[in-house]
Every structure is written in structure tokens, then in C-alpha cells.
Design a protein around this ligand. Structure first.
Ligand code: BQF
Length: 292
């Protein structure tokens, strides 16, 4: 069994990006600038957005964090987005999800200029992805594709089971892995909360992408020998032995599944760090206008 080390791979990608930034500086070019809007003060969201700002600093990007109060109106958020859309100093920006309930997420994502949409959530960019056109890939699926590619995991003709149909992970993973592309050409099955005979389907999988948000749902008895496991889950589970009071758990029961797997991503240190690295990659692409 080989661990798919997302921490190590993300560090390699960040170093590649940092080297690119150094050469931009030598050429007298402006460095990439990422902005992030955080609405409210949800603990996990603050952790994620702070990790993104820190990663920007590490690779030499400029970054701006815009913190808005929990009670921010949809109108005020849309106005902030419009400011970033028209600010030539900002190459790309993200609106940290989830948003408070008074704000319509779809409306917000549609307000972002697709050319600055480094999360790849705008319908234009989702459409471009589905049509095999160059675009910003959403960071988590992009990170998973990069991990599969860098570990040279064969996907062509393989049975891939994507567990979950979210707009951010499951849906794009099912599209990407079925495409004619690197880490693509797979035969993809999507399972979700209404699927029947789940074990029967997962036992046929050569590769499983688990993205359902239920901690330790996929167990050893549900998979075949030598399966490749990509665990996208990151649920906070109460744990009195930890100083912060919780531990991070994946969608995969690591202990039982890792005994049968050929490759497996750990949680933490698997897909999560890759997400951050690919957001930086998208920001670099936005700076160089390499997509759209
Ligand atoms: C790790 C996210 C759900 C909802 C909104 C490293 C991250 C996570 C884990 C991280 C995530 C999850 C992010 C680890 C960003 C991934 O070491 O295992 C990094 O920061 N993520 C987000 O911005 O919004 C989310 C999950």
C-alpha cells in the first residue's frame, strides 16, 4: 500500500509556483494577486481562508482578505464582488463557502467575472470544463487529477466510482475522469444518497473517489483488493484527547480500507493540501491569462 502524499505533492507544486514567481520578479512583472471574501466567522471557513492567505505569502503572491460580518446582505456582497471584478490589481478572487443563509450562493457565484473565477464555480467555467475547453478547474478536483497524474496511476479504461454528486467535487470529478485527458478515459459511475446496492457497485471499482461528507462511511468490506482510494472527506469529529477538541476524519475507514488498497490518500494530508496548491495554480494562470 502506497500513501498518496498530498502534503508532499502540494509542497512540490508550491515550490514550482514560487520559482515561477521569482522569474516573474526578475523580468519586472507584477506578481499574482489573489483576493478572498469571508462572510462571517465560521471556524472551519476561517481556517481554510487563512490557509489560502498563508499559502499566497509562501509562494510570493500578493493577497487580500476581505472579512465581512455574518449579517452582510446579498446586495452588499454583490457590490464587493463587483469592486473586485473591476479592480485591475486583482487577478483572481474567491468567495469562501458556505455563505450565511440570507445570501443566495448561486447568485453570488454568477456575479464573479469568469476571467477572475479561480475557484472555477461560475456556470460559464463549469460549462467550459464540461465541453473540454480551457478553463479554471475547481481546486479540489484539479488537485485530485494532479495527484493521480503525478503518482502515475493508470485511469484509462478503469472502473471509477465517484461517491457524491456535489457541484464542487463529485460532479466535476465524474466529468473530468470520463474525459479524454490526463487521468481521464475512465468508465465512471456516480453513486449518491438514493443509490441502491452500494457495496455491489463499490466492490467493482478500480478507483473510488469518496466525497459524501459522512465520516468513515466506506469500509474495508465494501472494496476489492488493490483499489485506489481518494478520500475527499474532512469531517470534524469530537475528540477529547486533542487540544482543539476535535480530529479530522475522512469519508473512508482508513484502518480497514488501507489493508486492501494499493494507493490511498490520508486525512489530513491528502486531498486537502492539494486543494490549496491548485487554487494558487489557478491564480497564476489568471495572472498570465492562460485560460479563457
Ligand atoms: C489537510 C472545504 C468543505 C467545505 C468548504 C488541508 C484543507 C483541508 C484539509 C483546506 C475545504 C477543504 C476548503 C487539509 C479548503 C480543503 O491537511 O487535510 C487543507 O484548507 N481546504 C475550503 O476552502 O472550503 C471548504 C471543505
Amino acid at each position: 500500500m502506497t500513501i498518496l502524499d498530498g502534503k508532499k505533492t502540494s509542497n512540490e507544486i508550491k515550490e514550482e509556483i514560487a520559482n515561477h514567481v521569482s522569474s516573474m520578479i526578475l523580468k519586472g512583472e507584477r506578481v499574482p494577486h489573489l483576493a478572498a471574501i469571508l462572510v462571517g466567522s465560521d471556524g472551519a471557513s476561517m481556517t481554510y481562508v487563512n490557509a489560502k492567505v498563508k499559502a499566497c505569502k509562501l509562494v510570493g503572491f500578493n493577497s487580500t482578505l476581505i472579512e465581512l460580518p455574518e449579517y452582510t446582505s446579498e446586495e452588499d456582497l454583490l457590490e464587493k464582488i463587483n469592486e473586485l471584478n473591476t479592480n485591475d490589481d486583482i487577478d483572481g478572487f474567491i468567495v469562501q463557502l458556505p455563505l450565511p443563509e440570507q445570501i443566495d450562493e448561486q447568485k453570488v457565484l454568477m456575479a464573479v467575472n469568469p476571467e477572475k473565477d479561480v475557484d472555477g464555480f461560475h456556470p460559464v467555467n463549469v460549462g467550459r470544463m464540461a465541453l473540454d475547453l480551457p478553463t479554471f478547474l475547481p481546486a479540489t478536483p484539479y488537485g485530485i487529477m494532479e495527484l493521480l497524474e503525478r503518482y502515475q496511476i493508470e485511469t484509462s479504461g478503469k472502473n471509477v466510482v465517484v461517491m457524491g454528486r456535489s457541484h464542487i467535487v463529485g460532479r466535476p470529478m465524474s466529468i473530468l475522469m470520463s474525459q479524454k485527458r490526463k487521468a481521464g478515459d475512465a468508465t465512471v459511475t456516480v453513486v449518491h444518497s438514493r443509490s441502491k446496492n452500494l457495496s455491489q457497485i463499490t466492490k467493482e471499482a478500480d478507483i473510488i473517489v469518496a466525497a459524501i461528507g459522512i465520516s468513515e462511511f466506506l469500509t474495508g468490506d465494501m472494496v476489492k483488493e488493490d483499489v485506489v482510494i481518494i478520500d475527499v472527506g474532512i469531517t470534524r469529529v469530537p475528540d477529547a484527547t486533542k487540544k482543539n477538541g476535535y480530529r479530522l476524519a475522512g469519508d473512508v475507514h482508513f484502518e480497514s480500507v488501507s489493508k486492501k488498497a494499493s494507493y490511498i490518500t490520508p486525512v489530513p494530508g491528502g486531498v486537502g493540501p492539494m486543494t490549496i496548491a491548485m487554487l494558487l495554480k489557478n491564480t497564476l494562470l489568471a495572472r498570465e491569462k492562460h485560460v479563457i
